[in-house]
Design a protein around this ligand. Structure first.
Ligand code: PLP
Length: 405
């Protein structure tokens, strides 16, 4: 996918626009499976919430991933995209018993992250196999300094509650077929990951009918040069070895599962926006684009850095800009960025826009959500239409039903 392809995409579908490169997604998937190729039963469950476009889900399905879902709606999207129920795992937190039951009824693997619901679900449905989400309370403190942390995290069943958990399993006669952890952004390096894995392996020995162990995600991708990136190849080698020895000890060859979101789709996505205004103030040159945190909220929500390029003037001299949006709030995409000289009308490209970008977009300021395009087999394919005014009105009740005059 070349610069000109991106400009063509805007030409055809307008701005702002999300473009996803299927080649990058495939490359990342192959990297991951290759890193763990010594494991016979490997399952990569793509974490749908990163990017739920049906065509992206379908692409994942064609590549051979399973699907990790966090809501019944994501389960339904997965089924619609062609995933078989047995390829879907439902890993929510804090959802109702009814939602878990609805997912179980659709035939997907249930993952429960608290003892209250586990007890209720197990009492009512002892025959439905359940995976349990464990919180190993591990986080990286400093560089490679491993510490116990996040005692107050809302996620998972505390590793210290295993005795209580075992009592529930025994009394309800439910079947625990999987054990899971997802420590998210706490895990920054391989040693910490392996340390948490040891805790999970130890807990796994307490359950006799396991079919899989799921290590969640937390894989890092670089957002700028010098960023921490999970060395997947090294992790693959070390964790695979340890997994093999665990299976021997356990007496059964289990499935090793992961649920990457960002790793698969972050770098595949590019967000394109058009510069409406270049404004010179006393201290700053602002480039204002036809977007804002209604379309890409990560920089404002959690300070993520997305590299910004001027596609329209790649040879222009470098100048400093603050790139901001058009929303009536502070919506700074990047401060003091060196970008090729910007003229009003230019198209800026924001990198790493595949994960948690479109899926977090909103209609704030009554703006339309952007269109989405997939670059697949050397062609651009529209995979979501830009919204229209009808979408803004949808579900609003006509006020004349209340106000007669
Ligand atoms: C969000 C999520 C993931 C994916 O995390 P990434 O950082 O995008 O890889 C995996 N598992 C669960 C349970 C999640 O909630």
């Amino acid at each position: 996918m070349l610069r000109q392809d991106l400009l063509n995409a805007v030409e055809t579908h307008g701005a702002p626009l999300y473009v996803y490169n299927a080649d990058v997604i495939e490359h990342q998937y192959k990297r991951l499976t290759k890193a763990f190729n010594s494991v016979n039963n490997l399952r990569i469950n793509y974490a749908a919430k990163a990017l739920t476009n049906l065509s992206v889900l379908r692409l994942m399905n064609e590549l051979g991933t399973g699907l990790d879902t966090v809501s019944i709606q994501e389960v339904k999207l997965g089924l619609k995209a062609g995933f078989k129920p047995e390829s879907i795992i439902f890993t929510p937190n804090g959802v109702s018993l009814e939602e878990l039951e609805a997912a179980a009824k659709l035939g997907v693997q249930i993952n429960i992250d608290n003892l209250s619901i586990l007890e209720q679900f197990g009492s009512k449905h002892p025959h439905v196999p359940v995976c349990i989400r464990i919180n190993p309370h591990v986080m990286a403190g400093g560089n490679t300094n491993i510490s116990v942390g996040h005692i107050d995290s809302k996620f998972g069943i505390s590793i210290h509650q295993i005795p209580h958990l075992l009592r529930i399993v025994e009394l309800t006669k439910m079947n625990i077929n999987g054990i899971h952890m997802h420590t998210g952004s706490d895990i920054l390096d391989i040693d910490v990951f392996l340390y948490a894995a040891e805790i999970l392996f130890k807990a796994a020995m307490e359950f006799k009918n396991l079919e899989f162990i799921d290590f969640g995600s937390g894989f890092k991708v670089p957002y700028k040069t010098g960023d921490i990136e999970t060395n997947i190849e090294e992790l693959g080698e070390k964790l695979s070895d340890r997994f093999h020895s665990f299976c021997k000890e356990y007496g059964k060859e289990l499935t090793l599962a992961f649920e990457p979101g960002k790793f698969l789709v972050s770098e595949a996505g590019i967000f394109l926006a058009r510069v409406n205004v270049v404004k010179q103030t006393t201290s700053t040159v602002f480039a204002s684009v036809d977007s804002g945190f209604n379309h890409l909220i990560r920089p404002m929500l959690y300070g993520s850095r997305h590299e910004i390029e001027n596609l329209s003037n790649p040879e222009g001299r470098m100048r400093f800009y603050s790139v901001v949006g058009y929303i009536c709030e502070t919506d700074t995409f990047g401060s003091n960025r060196r970008i090729n000289e910007i003229t009003e009308g230019d198209i800026l490209a924001f990198q790493n826009a595949g994960a948690y970008c479109f899926t977090m977009s909103s209609n704030y300021n009554s703006r339309y959500r952007p269109a989405e395009v997939l670059w697949y087999k050397k062609k651009l394919h529209l995979v979501r239409e830009r919204e229209t005014f009808d979408d803004i009105l949808r579900n609003q009740v006509d006020p004349s039903t209340i106000f007669s005059s």
